[in-house]
Design a protein around this ligand. Structure first.
Ligand code: DQA
Length: 153
């Protein structure tokens, strides 16, 4: 059997990480995030397939793909967090666990960021820890996958 795999999915404007509003999102790039998640996952015996898009439908496609190709998803849906019924339905449609991560503490920001359309259908949420939140989300996701595997065997 091949290595267990996670999907790391990043939504709109996260391709500009490091350049975009550094006071809020820090100076690390998306590539730095992908490297971090790959390292953390590799230590736990997982490989990572990483995907970023500014387009809602492409994100839906990748969430659906996880059903066949991954054990779980770590996702920063970015602005679609607050608006997307399509992403929520895609998460509901698959059986694999999903963890939502936000770099900033959305609850200390504008009120439109306080609502997540996705949180009710995710296994967990990590926010407000900067880029390090990706490490926490990845470890939480792997622990969830491993403990569910134990429960089912
Ligand atoms: C974000 C928070 C969202 O409200 C925002 O639209 C983003 C980034 C974060 O990681 O803090 O693009 O998801």
């Amino acid at each position: 059997m091949g290595k267990k795999r996670l999907f790391l999915i990043n939504g709109p404007n996260l391709n500009m990480l490091g350049k975009r509003e550094p006071a809020t999102y820090g100076k690390k790039s998306l590539e730095d995030v992908e490297t971090l998640v790959k390292e953390v996952a590799a230590e736990q015996g997982f490989e990572v397939k990483s995907f970023q898009s500014n387009h809602e439908g492409d994100l839906v496609d990748w969430i659906q793909r996880a059903e066949e190709e991954a054990e779980g998803i770590v996702i920063n849906p970015a602005a679609y967090t607050h608006t997307s019924i399509a992403l929520r339905d895609a998460i509901s449609a698959i059986s694999k666990p999903v963890v939502e991560i936000h770099i900033s503490n959305v609850h200390e920001r504008e009120s439109f960021r306080h609502t997540s359309m996705l949180a009710p259908v995710c296994s967990g949420q990590v926010l407000g820890f900067g880029i390090d939140g990706y490490r926490l989300a990845t470890l939480g996701m792997i622990q969830k996958i491993e403990s569910e595997g134990r429960n089912h065997s």
